[in-house]
Structures are given as C-alpha cells and as structure tokens.
Design a protein around this ligand. Sequence first.
Ligand code: FA5
Length: 345
Amino acid sequence: MDNPNDIENIKKYLSEKLETVSSVDDISKIRNEFLGKKGFIGKMLSDMRNISSDQRKDYGAKLNLLKIEVENMIDEYSGKFENDKDSIYTELYKSLPGRKPEIGHINIITQAISEITKVFAPLGFNRVRYPEIDREYYVFEALNMPETHPARDEWETFFVDSPNDEKLGRLVITPHTSSGQVREMLKGELPIRMLNISRCGRRQIDVSHVPSFYQFEGLVIDENISTTHLIGVLDYFAKNFFGADRETRLRPYHFRFTEPSFEVDINCGICHGKGCKLCKGGWLELGGAGMVHPNVLKAGGVDTEKYSGFAFGWGVERTYMMKSGTKIDDIRNLFSNDLRFLEQF
Ligand code: FA5
C-alpha cells in the first residue's frame, strides 16, 4: 500500500509496516513517520482546516481516537521487540565494559594487630591466641581473684548462658587477655615470651569504651626477671610504635594478678597533653602492667623460687588511637561500619 491518507487505511498500512520491522531503529522510524510533527497523523490534523466546520468536530474526534490506537499498536510492538535477545539494547548492553568489583583494604584494627606483632617480634615475643569464650577459672580464679572477690566487678563481664562446670565455673566472654597467662604457663614450656592478642568483651560503651574490643597481652617468664626488664620493654614499644616524640608514664596501681602493678599512660596524640574530649587530662591510659603475682605463677605450675616474670595488657584500639597521625577521637567510630571513616586508613 502506498501512502495512506484516510482514517480507514492508516491502521492497515501501519500493520503492514510493523511486519517488516527488524530493529529498534525501524520502530523509531515508524513512530516518526506516523506520529511525528510531519507524520501522517500530524498532517491529517493540520489538513482539518480544509474541512467544513460542521464536519470538523466529528472528524477531529475520529483522528484523536486513531492517534491513540496508532500509539498503542507501536508501543505494543516495540515492547515485544525490546524483550527480544537480539534487540539493539541487548547488543549495547553486551558491549558495555563490566563493573569492576571493589577491592577493599585491611581493616584498621587488623593493621594495628599486625603492626603490634611486628614491633614485639624482634624481642622474641611469640604470637598466640586463647579462647575468646572461656571459663571463669582462667579469667579470675587462676589470676588470684577468688570467687566473690569484689575486684571481679571491674571487668563488667558478659556471662554466657550455658551449663556451669563444677571445677572451672561459668563460661564468660573473656573481659581481658590475661586469661591466656595461666593457659600459656600450663603448656609447661619455659622460658615464656608470649604475645596474646584476641577479642575481649565488657558491658561498657562511651567515647573510649566499646563492648567488643581487642587487647594484646605480653607475658615474660624467665630466671631473674625484674621491673627493669618490664620498663625496658614498654619503652622499646613506645619508641618503636608511637615515635620518639611520644612519652609514656607509669602510675602505681593495683591488679590482683601482678605485684607491684602499674597503669601505663601515654601523652595524648590528639591534643598533645593539653586535655581534650578523648583524654580529658592530656594523658590516655593504655593499659596495665606489673610483675606476675606468685599465686598466678603457682596456678600455672611455675617454680616461684627459680622463675619470675612480668605482664602487660593494653587495648589494641586505644593504642592505635594514640599513634601519631591517626586522630581518632571516639573509639566507637572504629565499629560504626561507616566506609567514609574506614576508607581513610
Ligand atoms: C586489664 O584488662 C588487665 N588485664 C591488664 C593487665 C595485664 C594488667 C597484665 C597487668 C598485667 P584494664 O581493665 O585496665 O586492665 O584494661 C586494659 C586496657 O584495655 C585499657 O587500658 C584499655 O586500653 C583497654 N580496654 C579495657 N576496656 C575496654 C573497652 N570497653 N573498650 C576499649 N578498650 C578497653
């Protein structure tokens, strides 16, 4: 059929044309030919001025109906066509470059753990891990904190709902890595240079506390070990991890499992000792340290006449926060899973 110029023939002509379509391009040409400004229907609409006024209204209504039918026919056809595997869109899609999976990087806490391990390695510290859920005996009793001793309260412990062991007590989420001390001694291999790094849990949350955090625990047991060795190791760590410009200080303290005991502080890396939201007084507590209490050595089967030792236990996150350049002023950011924060490290 040649160019149709009346309402009756136009749908027939469109059907014939649609039969010949082989690409989405063809569809858009047909759409233009029928519905474009200069297309058949557009032309018929502008020719309406030549029709007598008494017929124009009726003719106009018929043309509008035709326009809707033509649009539907073309849409229906192009819908079928777009689902066709060979459609131009499919071709286009196949030629698009693939999306590259994002390659992340090691989480800041894992980075800190490996840096800490590397600093201690040259001194012969051997990295170990002990259960993160353990019996009360290893967490408290073996560390000179008998049942009902009020010192236990300081560890704000999470108890696991599970059967009690008559000898070893209840299961707890380890509130400190010190639970690994007696387990290490019970291996019976002396001397000891242990670095125990693992996850701990306590019922605490604020700017410098989270319920789930990491600690690293050093334990040295050998003949003739004294406080001087402890101070030497802490100094070595401070210089190699934080940098020569940072200072540490020891404060006398009390832990049931060390005697004498200390708290180790470092001058704050955010405010450099002036006092800020994180440290409050210019110093931030890194953790505890001291000479291993004879009762703990006994619980580990170590001959207290021959051997002595020291131990220290610090928070991994807090230690990393105090490193020059990290400028993290709220420990909770480390666990907020906000990529904008994590991607900075
Ligand atoms: C202890 O846990 C002792 N076991 C440390 C120790 C080991 C003393 C060996 C003597 C010998 P303390 O409760 O102070 O001590 O915790 C040590 C450090 O763990 C804290 O200074 C802090 O750096 C970190 N820490 C403790 N609780 C949290 C918490 N909720 N969130 C983040 N870090 C914490």
